[in-house]
Write a protein that binds this ligand. Structure first.
Ligand code: GRF
Length: 202
């Protein structure tokens, strides 16, 4: 099997990165993590990648004068590693439109809510404030508009009385670690594709 070469973009803890690395370790998984890119040198996820022996590049966004210049550095790293698919996992930068267009249909993100509800940041607080009884997580194709791309996979969890952002986040994170590898498998096997702005499942 020729495995798809995946880059994971991170800014923080890297637990979804860890879940993707674990899934890719299975011989029959259709993708391998070939590169991790962090915009933060001290992100815990950088250590997760290094411990797993995955090549890691730190590209601090502050070193670049513009979004375009930062994305060009990312693009160069992706090209050098011959990347097929990009998975964002807690990557806290917004891309230029040109970058998103170039990777359209080949770039996924995970978001800790049932999109289209609760886009952006402080997502768990938004869910608690809204008083929803169910929340969850979403893997979606990345498009120019933030947290708005076609949905590849979702999982729901209950919001329980007395939940804090921490307890809700922890319950959702378990599902994130389950559905992100599933979504990557679908994309790597060509069982989902982006067509005319919609996710099409084979
Ligand atoms: C996750 O909750 C993910 O959904 C969101 O950022 C968080 C990243 O966590 N986009 P981790 O770095 O994967 O542990």
């Amino acid at each position: 099997m020729i495995k798809k070469r995946v880059a994971v973009l991170i800014s923080g803890r890297g637990s979804n990165l860890g879940a993707l690395i674990d899934a890719c370790a299975a011989p029959d998984f259709p993708a391998e993590i070939a590169l991790v890119i962090s915009n933060k040198p001290d992100a815990a996820g950088v250590a997760v990648a290094r411990e797993a022996g995955v090549s890691t590049v730190v590209i601090p966004h502050g070193d670049y004068a513009s979004r375009e210049a930062f994305d060009a550095a990312i693009e160069a790293a992706l090209e050098a590693a011959r990347i097929d698919i990009v998975c964002e996992a807690g990557f806290m930068r917004i891309h230029s439109e040109a970058f998103v267009r170039r990777w359209e249909g080949r770039m996924l993100n995970i978001h800790p809510s049932l999109l289209p509800a609760f886009k952006g940041i402080r997502v768990h607080q938004q869910a608690l404030d809204a008083g929803v009884k169910i929340s969850g997580c979403t893997v979606h194709f990345i498009v120019a508009e933030l947290d708005s791309g076609p949905i590849v996979a979702q999982a729901a969890v209950p919001v329980l009385p007395g939940d804090t952002t921490e307890t809700l986040a922890a319950r959702i994170l378990i599902e994130e670690h389950r559905i992100y590898p599933e979504a990557l498998r679908l994309l790597a096997e060509g069982r989902v594709r982006l067509e005319s702005g919609k996710a099409v499942f084979a």
